[in-house]
Write a protein that binds this ligand. Structure first.
Ligand code: B3K
Ligand code: ZN
Length: 885
């Protein structure tokens, strides 16, 4: 580090803004050498500010100030000062018009923040603090302003000029230039500002709102992508309808625009009326996009659209409140996806991500509460904790209140705070006021980091016909107050009889037996709490934390036989899948232990029989079966371990997979055949997706084990597939098999066919980088010199470096330490180009705690090497310095 250590920002230091900006008038002149930005800000002192100051301090980064004037009079030197972090105007009046002209260089920006160029188009990314790279401003979400934006540019190169709101004027100018003016009638913070200029074509659609207003839907893409818009537009219409039906919220402008750009740091951005998307999260057609891409697009389009109410109309007071909009919006998009597809499968996917990655984050060096209390760089806090755990927290409120009261709460929240910048406390308050349910203790979820652990104890007294459940909770918190006060946990519970039927739950004698519920959301609010259930005639099996009703770890007390029973009989789909995961994990863990001790290795035959039972079952839902057929991932097995031995885990998991292939070959081949549609048109409905997933899992299991019949099927599928799901699944199976020449030839054929399509090339790259075969790191390094790779493009970086380090654990963690060194080399390179991407990439090096001393030391050495770099960005500095021991 050259400079002093970067500053930490604290929530407790929040103060209201000393000035407000009522009107923001912007004028952009876009040129090939750079862009001129003129701003006219109507500024006034904030009557509510705690702090009165005579000077106006504005944020600004990498701006060249050309001129500055107040109320039409140019300021002289001494009336203002340009600093590293912005601009100070000395001694200002209570109300005034500030005019600034600045020069920026979008062509030189590689961090992809502010106004930058992605191939031939100009685009913006302002959240969280990117607007300060465009012009001097009060770049904070509690300053909301009305924006008017005029863009001028060469008409041939940039026929399309877009910004937020409604187009109000356009015209031609001299020298082949033109202009378009946009007005956004809604006040907004500057992080929601957007601008796009390029040679794009638009695919149009229309939506009629519940009240009969016509809204134009317009998607802008580069010409070669015009046939990849249909799915995003239909997802958008479904989202608009869903938000009307479920929340009573209509869209509020006459036009909603979506733009696809290739160079983007994350998935998409909810700018008011002008959402900007990473191409890989919005463009799809059956022959180039897989089922999971289809589903990702549906979810992200919905997420960004839903932000219009949860984020834009009601926004965050400060960035510590980020989960106010992100947690709530992820909850909303998850409910939407559950309604559009299989609810059980959606829950399984979300919990899998939470338990694997968010739990790891929550016990790692960057652990933070859903509402953090400090940060160095806010970009580091767009995390799984803010998003996914934040969504779980909202989900728990939903569970505690029930559908109707939750809706009352959200109505009250929108009614109270429309047009305001508020806090997570305001959100909970609205929920509490509307429902009458005391949420004081519940608020702890926002302030304490760490994953609570629940111990479950239960007894059955046959004579008294009484079932007693005792729950106790603790939380290994790393931030927040360390007192051991309990959380308010909604614990969804049922009892199953020996046929797998739900038993009525009677908690006190007065209850009428016939009306007794068969599932309860228990309010678990004490450190230790006992619940009693009466009139239980035979010993039941408890069904715990149904649907994963809270983001906690439940200590597993079930025997393998009980898990087998639950795997076959659970009435809660999520718990049924989870029983299978727990059983497989338990068996893999024992084999891993035996492997480490050089003992003979055996796969418990009960697991093979259970899988056989599932495969031949006529009644099981295919969507659920497709998930049950997937063994727990290596990442999840590492997360479950105290100290993970990656070689043992990898070996044990492969042994289980190969045993299933050998013992269940007939059933797997039948499953493959029965779920293969020949000649059917592609459909992304969840049943079709489940069938493809089933068939491709069966193929993968068989081919990984070296089955030669599966080789024939995979090669046939590879050449005859009519959609990318099947084509890439065949390629994945071949790449992960030992059939070397077939694998190489398939990779070459695939690239030759798809090299002009960046989204498909991303898949081609990541399929190779995630191959568990030895020597993959060399292949990854070679790919980084391939024409298909570009270190400045975040999608390519994620497909190669990210894929290898996060999803190729056996190779990344190789004891030579080469994987760690490779990652550090690239973090150092990217630190200069794109700090946000660099800082995200470093995560696997911060997970040392799960591994032995030797690996920890190797990881630490690389972290030290990164930290000793000169000019380390705040982003990388924060993550690495917090991870050094
Ligand atoms: N709000 C944006 C994320 C912005 C990330 C800034 N580093 C996308 C979303 O969550 O909808
Ligand atoms: Zn979001």
């Amino acid at each position: 580090m050259k400079e002093a250590q970067p500053r930490t920002i604290f929530l407790k230091d929040y103060q209201k803004p000393p000035f407000l900006i009522d009107e923001t008038v912007l004028h952009f002149d876009l040129n090939e050498q750079g862009a001129t930005v003129k701003s006219r800000l109507s500024v006034r002192r904030n009557p509510e500010a705690e702090l009165t100051t005579s000077d106006l301090t504005l944020d600004g980064v990498d701006l060249e100030l050309v001129s500055i004037a107040i109320d039409g009079v140019a300021l002289s030197e001494g009336q203002y000062a340009v600093t590293e972090e912005g601009l100070k105007v000395i001694g200002v009046a209570d109300t005034f018009l500030l005019e600034c002209e600045t020069l920026i260089k979008p062509q030189e920006i590689t961090c992809l923040e502010g106004l930058y160029k992605s191939s031939s188009m100009f685009c913006t990314q302002c959240e969280a603090e990117g607007f300060r790279r465009i012009t001097y401003y009060l770049d904070r979400p509690d300053v909301m302003s009305r924006f008017t934006t005029t863009i001028t540019a060469d008409k041939t190169l940039y026929p399309v000029l877009l910004s937020n709101g409604n187009e109000v004027e356009r015209g031609d100018l001299e020298s082949g230039r033109h202009f378009v003016r946009w007005e956004d009638p809604f006040r907004k913070p500057c992080y929601l500002f957007a601008l796009v200029a390029g040679d794009l074509l638009n695919i149009d659609d229309q939506y009629v709102t519940a009240s009969g207003r016509k809204v134009s839907l317009r998607m802008f893409v580069e010409p070669q992508n015009k046939d990849k818009c249909e799915h995003a537009l239909s997802s958008l219409k479904a989202s608009m309808k869903w938000d009307e039906d479920v929340y009573g919220r209509e869209y509020d402008l006459d036009i909603f625009m979506i733009v696809a750009v290739d160079d983007f740091n994350m998935g998409a951005m909810e700018n008011k009326g002008l959402n900007i998307f990473n191409s890989s999260c919005v463009l799809a057609k059956p022959d180039t996009a897989t089922d999971s891409t289809y589903q990702r697009i549906e979810a992200i389009v919905a997420h960004e659209y839903f932000h219009n109410w949860s984020g834009n109309r009601v926004t965050c007071r400060d960035w510590f409140q980020l989960s106010l909009k992100e947690g709530f919006t992820v909850f909303r998009d998850a409910e939407f996806s559950a309604d559009m597809n299989s609810r059980t499968v959606k829950r399984i996917e979300d919990v899998n991500l939470l338990r694997t990655a968010q739990f790891a984050e929550d016990s790692g060096p960057m652990s933070h509460p859903v509402r953090p209390s400090s940060f160095i760089e806010i970009s580091n806090f767009y995390t799984l904790t803010i998003y996914e755990k934040g969504a779980e927290v909202v989900g728990m409120i939903h569970r505690l209140l029930g559908e109707e009261l939750f809706r009352k709460g959200s109505d009250l929240y929108f009614e109270r705070h429309d047009g305001q910048a508020v806090t997570t406390d305001d959100f909970v308050q609205a929920m509490q006021d509307a429902s009458g349910k005391d949420l004081t203790q519940f608020k702890r979820w926002y302030d304490i980091a760490g994953t609570p652990v629940i111990d479950v104890d239960y007894q059955y007294d046959e004579q008294a016909q009484l079932f007693t459940l005792t729950l106790s909770q603790s939380c290994p918190s790393t931030e927040g107050d360390a007192d051991e006060k309990p959380f308010h946990i909604p614990f969804t519970f049922a009892l199953l009889d020996s046929n797998g039927c739900n038993i009525p739950l009677i908690q006190n004698d007065d209850a009428v037996f016939a009306n007794a519920p068969t599932e309860l959301v228990l309010d678990f609010v004490e450190t230790e709490q006992t619940f009693k259930f009466q009139h239980i005639e035979k010993e039941p099996v408890p069904s715990l934390l149904r649907g994963f009703s809270a983001p906690v770890k439940v200590k597993n007390t079930f025997s393998r036989d009980q898990l087998l029973f639950l795997m076959m009989n659970e009435t809660d789909g999520f718990n049924r899948w989870d029983a299978g995961q727990r059983l497989s994990a338990d068996i893999i863990q024992s084999i891993a232990e035996d492997y480490m001790h050089g003992r003979a290795l055996n796969v418990d035959a009960r697991l093979v029989n259970a899988y056989r039972g599932l495969l031949v079952s006529k009644s099981i839902d295919k969507a659920l079966l497709s998930k049950m057929l997937m063994l727990p991932t290596e990442s999840y097995l590492i997360e479950l371990a105290d100290e993970a031995n990656i070689e043992a885990i990898h070996h044990a998991r492969n042994l289980v997979r190969d045993t299933l292939a050998e013992k269940l070959k007939i059933e797997l081949l039948r499953c493959y055949q029965e779920n293969t549609d020949v000649g059917a048109a592609y459909s992304a409905d969840f049943n079709s997706i489940a069938r493809r997933s089933l068939k491709n899992s069966a193929l993968n299991i068989l081919l990984s084990a070296g089955d030669s019949d599966a080789l024939v099927l995979a090669e046939k599928q590879f050449v005859s597939a009519t959609n990318m799901t099947d084509e890439s699944a065949a390629l994945i199976a071949l790449v992960n098999s030992d059939f070397v020449s077939q694998r190489e030839s398939a990779l070459n054929t695939f690239y030759a066919k798809w090299k002009a399509d960046p989204q498909v090339v991303e898949q081609w790259l990541s399929i190779q980088c995630t191959s568990a075969k030895s020597g993959t790191l060399e292949a990854v390094k070679r790919l980084m010199t391939h024409e298909a790779f570009d270190i400045k493009n975040p999608n390519k970086v994620r497909s190669v470096i990210g894929a290898f380090c996060n999803h190729n654990l056996i190779n990344f963690h190789n004891l030579s330490g080469e994987g760690y060194q490779f990652l550090a080399d690239n973090v150092i390179k990217l630190n200069k180009l794109n700090p946000q991407i660099a800082s995200r990439l470093v995560t696997p090096l911060t997970r040392g705690k799960k591994f032995n001393q030797e690996r920890q030391a190797l990881m630490q050495a690389q972290l030290h090497r990164i930290l000793s770099e000169e000019n380390l960005s705040k982003d990388v500095y924060e993550v690495v310095s917090k991870s050094i021991k």
